[in-house]
Structures are given as C-alpha cells and as structure tokens.
Design a protein around this ligand. Structure first.
Ligand code: HGY
Ligand code: MN
Ligand code: MN
Ligand code: MN
Length: 407
C-alpha cells in the first residue's frame, strides 16, 4: 500500500493557486477570504473522499473517515492552511493534504481501520495576522480558553471571533475536550538540516521553546530640524539599538538560540518628525528552557538600559510562552518504525519551528514527520519541496497512522 505521488502533488499545486503570489508563493492570511477559499476546497475534496466534516468554535475543521469501531478515539493528522504574508506552497498545507492523501489511499485499497481517522485544519497556526501562533490548537488542548482565542485581534482591531463569523467558519462544536487516540503531523523541516545530511525523513523528537514579546517605546515627537541631537527622545534610535541587542543575545546563545524582530511600526512615520513611538515584536526560541529564560533576562536588562539612556518609557509584555516540547515516544517510535520499514534515510531532529502538534501533544500521543525543503528556506515565496519527498513523508504518515488506528 502506497500513496499516489502524482495526486498528492496535484492537490498541493491546486491549493497553491489560492492566494498565489507573483514569486511562486502564497499569501493566505488566517481568516481572510483566501483562507476561506482554501478551507472550502479542502472540505470539497474531503467530502468527495467520503469524509464527514465538522467545525468547532475556533474554526478548526475535522474531516472524519469512519472506522470499524467509531466509539474509539480517532487517529488524527493535519496541520494548517493559513500562511505567512510571503509564505510558501508547502508550510502547513503539506500536512493537511498529506492527511487527505492518506484518506484517499485507504479508500483506494479498501482499508477499514479499527478507529476512525480524522484530518484536521487548525485555525491561525502562523500567528502572523493574529498572535499568538497555534492559538486554535492551543484552545483545543486547553492551553487557552475559548474567549481568549476568539478575542485575538489583528493590528486593525478585527477579532478572530468576528472574522470566523464573516468567513462562515464559526462552528458550533465545542473546542477540544474529546479523546484523540494519536496525532501525527507531517511538515517540511523549514530549515537546512535534512537537506545537508541528505536524509529524506526527519523523525521529530522535540520542538524548541518559544517566547513572544510586544514592546512599545515612547519618546517625544519633535521637529527634525530645530531639535538639538543631545536633547532628543528618539524612540526609533532606542528601538534600533534594542533590535541589534536582541540579535546579539540570539548569537550569544548559539548554536541553538534564535532571536528575531520581525514586526516594527514607527509613529508618526514622517520624514521630518522625530519618532515619538515605536512598536516592535521579539521572537525568542531555544531547545533549552533554562537558556530561553536567560535570554529573557538579558533582553529585559538591555531594554531597560537603552530606554534610560534615551529617556524613553517602555511597555514590554511577554504575550506568549510555548515551552520546549518532547513528543510522545509511542508516536515517535511509530514514525521511526514506519520509516525504517519503508527504507527511507532518516535522522532524529528537533523542530526549530512551532507546530499545532506542539499543543496537541498535551492531550494525545503525538509525533511529527519532517521532509526536506530546498535550501532549508521557508516563510518565503521560493519555499520548495520535491514530489518524491512529499510522497515519502506521506507514506510514513500512512503507515504510522494505520499502525496506531489498528492497535
Ligand atoms: O513560528 C513558527 O514557528 C510557525 O511557523 N508558526
Ligand atoms: Mn507550519
Ligand atoms: Mn509557518
Ligand atoms: Mn513644519
């Protein structure tokens, strides 16, 4: 029993047309009309494959293929359809459509699993439009309450609850609180390791911890001409020094520390007015929780020192902490065994990115399957993978799920 490589690739390319960008990527921000269109296409394909669809109050979609004993908790797979603003054709989508290909393949071979199989689409995994990331799988796992999830707002003040209603994906199913037999998520690595080691499959054992912050610096708007340099309270100069120091902290914690300022807004953003306010975000990652805590302390000290030097006030809020994840040995073992049985080159790997699996791991035995992406590039329109690697990862997913659904 093997998946249909051409059909999987065709589905990936078809989905990539929704929100396609000129450079060959996708922009399908969470809960936009394009996200809705991607969801609708997925739902259509799942119905054609004989699945029943349900949607919960966070807009998470579950496509269910019945088993012999539907009282058993489902064996679940899935990922996300929302993308970064300059995202790629595979991040998230690969895991969703690999799940659909598993269903299609089980249909082709007339396999009836003991437990039902479900393919999930998790809302707002990226955390780009609405922060934090993985918020809907987080509600499913009981990490966040429903009100918190629905109240997440984008920079225009639109909430997830309003946008779910608007696009027609405000489901009536309670979020989570139901047993899941096992969860497997297939994903591109989004980094350079598998390609550099020429391995086809990454058996994911852990995911690194993350801390996200929002920083608002307030100085004093003033005229760019008459205001002497030494009396300025320039919020952008302060922010610039902080951005450089955040990067220094990431480097100081190498080889695994990661530090990124990805979003920065200047007010009033006018050529000849000294910036009075700057808002920026910090994304810290580390596979070691203590090191992540140390990065936090170093950053706070640096921000306070620079703000004092420039007479700025600081509002620094940690908006999210996702601790280091150790995936469940039962599922990591199932991925490893399936990979070995299928004869794919493989290695154990720690995920540098966050995934919905990080939260589902709290409520179900969970494992992840990585495949390489070209030059290790992701969150970029050039993101690419090969049809054969996509099929390899999907075959591992198929066999790991069948093993778990027949246990
Ligand atoms: O940020 C992440 O790791 C994921 O892409 N949301
Ligand atoms: Mn992803
Ligand atoms: Mn991503
Ligand atoms: Mn003037």
């Amino acid at each position: 029993m093997a998946v249909n490589e051409g059909r999987l690739w065709q589905s990936l390319m078809e989905m990539a047309k929704i929100g396609a960008t000129e450079k060959g990527g996708v922009c399908r921000l969470a809960l936009t009309d394009l996200d809705r269109d991607g969801r609708d296409l997925f739902a259509k394909w799942c119905r054609e494959a004989g699945c029943t669809l349900s949607v919960d109050k966070m807009g998470n979609i579950f496509a269910r293929r019945p088993g012999k004993n539907n009282a058993l908790p489902p064996v679940m797979t899935g990922s996300h359809l929302d993308s970064q603003p300059t995202g790629g054709k595979f991040d998230g989508v690969y895991g969703v459509l690999a799940g659909l290909e598993v269903v299609r393949t089980l249909n082709d071979f007339g396999i009836e699993t003991d437990a039902p199989v479900e393919v999930a689409v998790w809302t707002n995994e990226e955390g780009s439009r609405f922060a934090p990331a993985m918020v809907a799988s987080g509600v499913f796992a009981g990490v966040f309450d429903l009100d918190y999830g629905l109240s997440r707002a984008d920079l225009d003040g639109k909430t997830m609850g309003e946008e779910l209603q608007r696009i027609g994906y405000a489901g009536d199913l309670p979020v989570g609180g139901r047993p899941v037999g096992a969860y497997f998520e297939a994903h591109i690595e989004q980094g350079p390791i598998l390609e550099a080691e020429t391995k086809t499959i990454g058996v994911v054992t852990h995911a690194q911890g993350q801390r996200w912050y929002e920083v608002t610096l307030t100085g004093q708007e003033a005229h760019a001409g008459p205001t002497p340099m030494e009396i300025r309270h320039d919020a952008l100069v302060g922010a610039a020094k902080m951005v450089v120091d955040v990067n220094r902290i990431g480097l100081a914690h190498k080889p695994f520390g990661r530090a990124t300022v990805g979003l920065l807004n200047v007010t009033p953003n006018s050529r000849n007015t000294i910036p009075g306010k700057v808002f920026f975000t910090i994304d810290f990652r580390n596979p070691n929780e203590d090191a992540l805590t140390a990065m936090d302390a170093e950053m706070r000290a640096s921000v306070a020192k620079i703000a004092a030097e420039h007479g700025l006030t600081v509002d620094l809020v940690q908006i999210w902490h996702s601790p280091v994840v150790t995936f469940h040995e039962k599922c990591v073992g199932a991925v490893r065994n399936a990979t070995k049985r299928l004869g794919f080159s493989h290695m154990e790997i720690v995920s540098g990115a966050g995934h919905d699996a990080c939260y589902i791991n709290r409520v179900a035995p969970t494992g992840m399957i990585f495949i390489p992406c070209e030059d290790g590039i992701s969150h970029n329109e050039v993101e690419n993978a090969t049809a054969s690697d996509c099929a390899a990862g999907c075959n591992v997913l198929l066999h790991a799920m069948v093993e778990a659904a027949s246990a």
